[in-house]
Design a protein around this ligand. Structure first.
Ligand code: FPP
Length: 237
């Protein structure tokens, strides 16, 4: 089992579904479907371990550029996930939050997302954040607008705009910074995910493709995190 200290906030870029499907000579949609199985297991494990927050990059603002078939498959899986998992997640006291622009999602999915947030909003267990129609730069622009509008209304003075005020205008308001970011499949990029929140994150880039990412791989990443020497720009005494 994993030794402390556990990260408070784990973020995951679930990469490699397409390559996994190719390896298995099956349709990409089936790679994503297998990816959902991994996602279910990782959510359950994070909740059981007592991790405070888990943020998963499920669909970026750039992912709309994929083929209509693939986008449709992902939207279908999303709806299926929120319909079939909501009871169990609620029972496990998981609090779901969507990071990203829900208004830009298709109607059925949008309804399911609002419903999941409303139903689990008061839960006090794992804070499960699912990034959908999300982009980190767009999130920062949105935050700047929120603060500018507040300033225009006279609710905040420009000199009161500090890091805490900006953090409060992000989708992740109230959550701790990301401690550990995991991106599977060997790619080493942030791809516009949680740019502000990852300022002091530790990074792990396992080679495993997301559908193959096991609980053992997850524990390994958590153990490596526990052995890291985090200084946040300072020096160790
Ligand atoms: C990256 O793999 C993965 C995605 C773009 C989507 C991740 C989505 C899921 C795991 C399922 C849907 C989410 C929920 C919440 C039900 P890729 O296709 O870019 O892989 P590749 O780089 O090998 O092509």
């Amino acid at each position: 089992m994993t030794n402390p200290p556990l990260p408070r906030h784990v973020a995951i870029i679930m990469d490699g579904n397409g390559r996994w499907a190719k390896q298995h000579k099956i349709r990409i949609a089936l790679g994503h479907r297998q990816g959902v199985e991994t996602l279910r297991a990782i959510i359950r494990e994070s909740s059981d371990l007592g991790i405070e927050a888990l943020s998963l990059y499920a669909f970026s603002t750039e992912n709309w550029r994929r083929s209509p078939d693939e986008v449709e498959a992902l939207m279908g899986l999303l709806l299926e996930f929120f319909t079939s998992e909501i009871d169990e997640l609620d029972q496990k006291n998981v609090c779901i939050r969507i990071l990203g622009d829900k208004e830009g999602m298709p109607e059925k999915q949008r309804e399911a997302l609002y419903n999941a947030e409303a139903r689990t909003g008061k839960n006090t267990g794992l804070k499960l954040n699912i990034a959908l129609n999300y982009g980190g730069r767009a999130e920062l622009v949105r935050a700047a607008r929120i603060l500018a509008e507040k300033a225009v209304r006279g609710e905040i003075r420009p000199d009161e705009i500090d890091e805490a005020a900006l953090a409060d205008a992000l989708y992740t308001k109230g959550l701790p910074d990301v401690d550990l970011l995991i991106r599977t499949s060997g790619e080493m990029r942030l791809s516009n995910f949680l740019l502000f929140q990852c300022a002091y994150a530790e990074f792990e880039f396992p080679e495993t493709l997301w559908p193959d990412f096991s609980l053992e791989d997850y524990h390994k990443a958590l153990e490596t995190f526990a052995s890291r020497d985090r200084r946040f720009g300072g020096r160790k005494a």
